[in-house]
Design a protein around this ligand. Structure first.
Ligand code: ATP
Ligand code: MG
Length: 351
């Protein structure tokens, strides 16, 4: 029996509804593969912020540093500004634990039509690898002459050789273990300092991965191609901003945010990685028990894979695919009437 300690942060809104679904699946699959999970639950959230003025305690990172993984449901609430929930919880964990890879797999499943005509079931199977800790989302910059006609805003993007090298290295290695095709999102025709640097470093990393067929693509053209023919892509690597945009686009191509999984990975494993579905806290449907659990369940598969249980992970993914292909049970966002609990039970029947 292998056992893992998981730090569980349900967060806000539907985070409380989808986290039990992920846990149910982890426990079910774990039992079949001789893996047991011990969960420590943390109430870090916007609700906690209202009570204490903090999203998480000051020693939050120390409390979860020794867990094998962090599972997060969703954080965010209309009553709390986004920068508070982001900078008070998600960003400290991502940066503090050097989770520099944001991994977002995308698949079009049979039984879940894509809004995009060219995205046929079984033919779209790609992963967006987003740089997660530097790039365009730095805090360097400022505003001058507020309120005057000459008002201006400046925001710097920061790319480091080490940062681009490690994300490219991760993406090329992933491509080697998949279909061997990599696309690097760039914009070196318009952004004349950072993007040519990105291209150079990616090209250098490419020389040690001769089996990967790779090319840079300008992000605007790439976005169009992802809609026109998403089947040609395998691994897509992008900066923090480009990866963010492209992964929302590809999640939409695959049939919705409710099924999209994500992992914030620390590939060196000197700190825990964090697993969180792409969707937010969905305040509009929270508390009704109808949230789609597939994003959280697929995210649980990413957690299994990261902890070295590839077979168990594949079993979860196959259960999602089989459930969508063979069962009419779905939550309202996918056109059904099932509750989160009913849909989760149905997926578990296919495990
Ligand atoms: P955040 O700022 O946290 O990203 P958001 O409002 O931008 O929040 P979501 O919370 O992901 O984004 O919600 C976007 C829309 O998608 C909402 O209408 C929500 O109800 C719907 N949605 C998101 N996740 C799910 C889910 N798991 N099941 C059903 N609907 C969902
Ligand atoms: Mg959002």
């Amino acid at each position: 029996m292998v056992s893992h300690r998981i730090a569980l942060i349900p967060g806000d809104g539907i985070g409380h509804e989808v986290t039990p679904a992920a846990r149910h699946v982890l426990d079910t699959v774990g039992a079949r593969h001789g893996i047991s999970f011990a969960y420590d639950e943390f109430d870090w959230s916007c609700a906690r912020y209202h009570e204490t003025g903090e999203m998480m305690p000051a020693d939050g990172l120390d409390r979860i540093r020794h867990h094998d993984a962090v599972f997060l449901g969703a954080v965010g609430d209309p009553s709390v500004p986004d920068h508070v929930s982001l900078w008070g919880l998600l960003i400290p964990i991502r940066r503090g634990f050097r989770q520099y890879v944001n991994l977002r797999p995308v698949k079009v499943f049979e039984g879940l039509p894509s809004p995009v005509r060219t995205a046929l079931p079984g033919e779209v199977d790609l992963v967006v690898v987003r740089e997660n800790v530097e790039g365009e989302y730095g805090e360097i910059g400022g505003r001058l002459h507020r309120g005057f006609p000459e008002e201006m805003a400046v925001q710097e993007a920061v790319f480091t050789r080490a940062g681009v090298t490690r994300i490219a290295e991760y993406a090329f290695t992933l491509a080697e273990n998949r279909r061997g095709v990599l696309t690097s999102a760039t914009k070196s025709n318009g952004i004349v300092h950072t993007m040519p640097f990105w291209d150079e470093v990616v090209a250098e990393v490419a020389t040690s991965h001769p089996d990967v067929a790779w090319r840079p693509e300008h992000v605007d053209a790439l976005a169009a191609k992802l809609v026109l023919d998403p089947t040609r892509f395998d691994v897509i690597v992008g900066s923090n901003l480009f990866g963010d945009i492209l992964s929302d686009l590809t999640a939409a191509v695959a049939g919705g945010i409710g099924i999209a999984p994500a992992a914030n990975l620390n590939p060196e494993r000197d700190f825990p990685s964090m697993f969180e579905p792409v969707h937010g806290s969905a305040p509009d449907i929270a508390g009704r028990g109808v949230a789609n659990p597939l994003g959280a369940i697929w995210t649980a598969a990413l957690l299994l894979d990261h902890l070295g249980h590839a077979e168990a992970a594949a079993q979860v993914e196959n259960a999602i695919a089989a459930c969508l292909a063979k069962s009419p049970v779905r939550t309202p966002d996918l056109g059904g009437t099932a509750t989160t609990v009913e849909f989760t039970k149905t997926v578990v029947e296919f495990v």
